[in-house]
Design a protein around this ligand. Structure first.
Ligand code: SF4
Length: 481
């Protein structure tokens, strides 16, 4: 008899199984939902996806609801195996269970050993995503060779007047999940955010439909609109596929080749396909690899002396307390959808936390709990490394700090905001513009080595103005802006 394959909650797609007869173990540990305050929609999605997978597999699947993984494994007869988990804590647990066999990781394109070979090459220097991406494209033969021939690639500006993705229709499984979560809440389990009809795929079939929709309708606009932020359209050209990749419902290798095929068929411009591939084969894989490669694990260095706790209004997703239009809109998106796109995460949420000196590890934990796609390996590297620059430049070469003028350039938020993006001082001073200036002054000695930030500092060398900005932003502190 082949070993029973234990599928963790982020290993729910067909590529985590080898044949259509292998017995499967799925485990729901309710304690994991009690220990940390998750977004209600995230808790719903995880449980819904686990239960949908059990229903798809029918008699082959054993779905256990236990207090711990150890209890579940102790109650299973016969050999059990599991693919390499995605968190260090679960890896330690798997290694501690006698007789539990572990297979290599799945759901990623580059092997851990290949990355280590690449990273350890002599004269490698700083590990940079752009270098890794170049290596990964060559190694896996993605977007190499000649481009499309015969038909011209679509280069005219695609409009965003595209149909919505196929609707997700909740079923009896979702009704059961909702009833359980309601009951847990009555029993004292605390969530953040609002409950709402499920909008993220919970099965491979739903995820496939969303991917097909993205490739056909939104990929052509992805290069042009990927970093744009709009109060009227929270999705724009994004596929909202990240939770499907992170739950293991979709295989990134398949998605990459389908995007490339769309380019070769002249159905999507090269800039769009390149942006999508860079995100999936470049950034996503680079962050996964760094999570395992970097020792000791990501904890944040305190290099920028960011020591403030996250304020309660932010923790509670209290968007109504915020007047700054960009932050109010993005925080409301987290509250209502448990998802906003990457530019909103970096430039509005992360940028604000960086300017206010909030603790990077607390912020990473907040992102992980509050987003449907929040997982340990992404949030530690992205938030602590890229967003908060608290890893001594392992992920990025400079802090992701921008002022309100930059936000104004790439969004429609500022038009109806009570603040003005070009004001640094005064009642109308944009909290991002004043906050950026104060951040630079506070960290002058550490930031002046970077040419861009040195130029920003040089443009703000009036001592009276500097004192005024520092006093103003000190007074604003971590209150809702
Ligand atoms: Fe955000 Fe400042 Fe623009 Fe208001 S003015 S929306 S606070 S960037």
């Amino acid at each position: 008899m082949s070993p029973r394959r234990w599928l963790l909650a982020d290993q729910l797609g067909p590529h985590f199984l080898d044949d259509d007869r292998q017995p499967v173990l799925l485990v729901e540990v309710s304690e994991l939902f009690r220990r940390r305050r998750l977004h209600r929609q995230k808790a719903h999605l995880i449980l819904s996806a686990l239960r949908h997978r059990a229903a798809e597999l029918g008699d082959r699947a054993l779905l256990l609801r236990t207090g711990t993984f150890r209890e579940a494994l102790a109650s299973v007869d016969g050999p059990v195996e599991v693919c390499h988990p995605s968190t260090r804590a679960t890896l330690d647990f798997v290694r501690s269970v006698p007789g539990l066999a572990m297979l290599p990781p799945r759901g990623f394109v580059t092997d851990l050993a290949d990355f280590a070979d690449w990273a350890d090459r002599p004269r490698r220097g700083q590990l940079r995503m752009v270098d890794f991406y170049r290596y990964a494209k060559r190694r896996h033969g993605v977007l190499t060779g000649p481009g499309p021939t015969g038909r011209p690639t679509t280069t005219s500006g695609p409009t965003l007047d595209v149909p919505p993705p196929p609707p997700i229709v909740e079923d009896d499984i979702d009704a059961g999940v909702r009833a359980d979560l309601d009951r847990w809440e009555r029993d004292g389990v605390r969530f953040v955010g609002r409950d709402a009809p499920r909008t993220h795929p919970a099965s491979h079939t739903e995820a496939e439909e969303r991917l097909a929709h993205f490739l056909r309708y939104r990929l052509p606009a992805f290069g042009r609109y990927g970093d744009v932020m709009s109060a009227d359209d929270p999705v724009l050209a994004h596929g909202m596929l990240s939770s499907s990749f992170n739950l293991g419902l979709l295989d990134p290798a398949v998605a990459l080749h389908r995007a490339e095929a769309a380019w070769r068929a002249g159905e999507a411009p090269s800039a769009s396909v390149e942006a999508f591939v860079r995100g999936l084969l470049g950034w996503r894989e680079f962050l996964w690899q760094l999570y395992w490669y970097v020792e000791p694990p990501y904890r944040g260095t305190g290099w920028l002396a960011a020591t403030e706790s996250l304020p309660q209004w932010f923790v509670d997703l209290d968007a109504d307390a915020v007047e700054a239009r960009c932050l109010a809109d993005v925080l409301a998106g987290v509250r209502d959808r448990a998802w906003v796109h990457h530019a909103q995460r970096l430039l509005v949420l992360g940028n604000h936390a960086l300017q206010r000196g909030w603790r990077p590890t607390e912020l990473a934990d907040w992102f992980q709990r509050s987003f449907v796609d929040g997982v340990d390996w992404v949030m530690n590297t992205t938030v602590i490394g890229m967003s908060q620059y608290a890893d001594l430049a392992r992920v990025d070469t400079r802090p992701y700090a921008v002022d309100g003028r930059y936000i104004d350039e790439i969004s429609d938020y500022c038009t109806d905001c009570r603040y003005r993006p070009d004001r640094e001082l005064g009642d109308l001073a944009c909290p991002y513009t004043g906050g950026f200036a104060a951040f630079l002054h506070r960290n002058r000695e550490k930031l002046v080595a970077d040419p861009r930030l040195a130029a920003e500092l040089a443009a703000r060398d009036d001592p009276d103005r500097r004192e005024a900005v520092l006093a103003q932003e000190e007074k604003r502190g971590s209150n809702p802006p």
